[in-house]
Design a protein around this ligand. Structure first.
Ligand SMILES: [Zn+2]
Length: 322
């Protein structure tokens, strides 16, 4: 199996370090001022995940909420000491388009500082809660760059409840922003019956049968793209407390929780996983060579030579103006 895994492209495993009540866009979720009174479940689940990753010599990126990191700095350090990357998921799990760019920027800066104080290392990666980047709030990219991050992982290149940039390049690429250029590593999607779909994270991973997931990964790899998996600690803990959600959200959030752990185990046993930072490293020269978008939204599109992260050979790819 090892030789098979060594031939595969390198993939990224990501976990959003948040808890069972961090569910967006519902009035049934508690307000931030009430979070401190609630029991926290993430720590024991992340420890289980750390063991699974270690057993399979896999590395991952933990996009941590600053609020969680303040309460469990030891867990953040354990992730770091096990060789995983610490990225930021913001401080207070804010939905970008409901709070606006100023508040979102302060939240992204606050989280970065907390995580850097805990780890003693620069935090270069950011993932927006809910993958909440749409065509009408692409300012998120400006904010992420302005907050000092070098790569972003907020793009979901398919229909999605809180975000979804269907026309986005589904492969890792560079985006020009007003705050400088940013590497973008989208979540993995493939085309199925003409539509972009995700089979590799959150509820999509939970409802997709394993043969379909395996087929999707083959497709991704044939196209020279890495697999980017994402998961939340609550998703592999079927005993976690539930919010009194309406039926549609209840289904989305809680369907097939028992299937998550066996699927994560299967993924780790069959594919090589590394950090998002490792994938981003191949695009760092292109990011540095791409100046900030000073011409605003109508900036020209440029072609530059960047390195494909899976084939590790130079390819020509567009740098997108924001
Ligand atoms: Zn989240």
């Amino acid at each position: 199996m090892e030789s098979h895994r060594e031939r595969e492209p390198v993939n990224a495993f990501t976990c959003e370090l948040e808890d069972w009540f961090h569910i967006l866009d519902t009035d049934r979720a508690p307000a931030m001022e009430d979070w401190s009174r609630l029991p926290l479940c993430a720590e024991k689940n992340v420890d289980r995940l750390l063991q699974l990753l270690e057993d399979n010599e896999a590395r991952a990126t933990f996009f941590c909420l600053g609020w969680m990191a303040e309460r469990m700095p030891g867990l953040v350090r354990r992730c770091q000491e096990a060789g995983h990357e610490i990225g930021s998921h913001g401080y207070g799990h804010l939905l970008s388009y409901t709070v606006g760019s100023d508040v979102f920027l302060q939240d992204a800066i606050r989280s970065k500082k907390i995580l850097e104080d805990i780890t003693g290392q620069e935090v270069i990666g950011f993932r927006s809660p809910g993958f909440a980047v749409k065509n009408n709030n692409r300012w998120v990219f400006d904010v992420v760059a302005e907050a000092g991050y070098r790569y972003d992982a907020s793009v979901f290149p398919a229909q999605h409840g809180h975000g979804g940039l269907c026309e986005a390049d589904p492969a890792p690429h560079v985006i020009k922003t007003k705050g400088g250029s940013l590497i973008e590593i989208p979540s993995s999607t493939i085309k199925l019956w003409g539509r972009s779909v995700c089979l590799f994270g959150g509820g999509y991973l939970r409802i997709s049968p394993l043969p379909l997931i395996r087929w999707g990964i083959r497709r991704l790899h044939r196209e020279g793209r890495p697999l980017v998996v994402y998961v939340h600690p609550r998703e592999f803990d079927p005993s976690h407390p539930r919010l009194p959600l309406k039926w549609r959200r209840r289904f989305k959030c809680y369907v097939n929780l028992r299937s998550t752990w066996p699927k994560l185990k299967w993924l780790c046993e069959h594919y090589r996983f590394t950090t998002m930072k490792t994938l981003a490293a191949d695009l760092e020269p292109a990011r540095q060579a791409s100046p900030a978008d000073t011409k605003g939204l109508e900036g020209p599109r440029q072609r530059v030579t960047v390195v494909d992260v899976t084939k590790r050979s130079p390819v020509s790819r567009q740098v997108h103006s924001n």
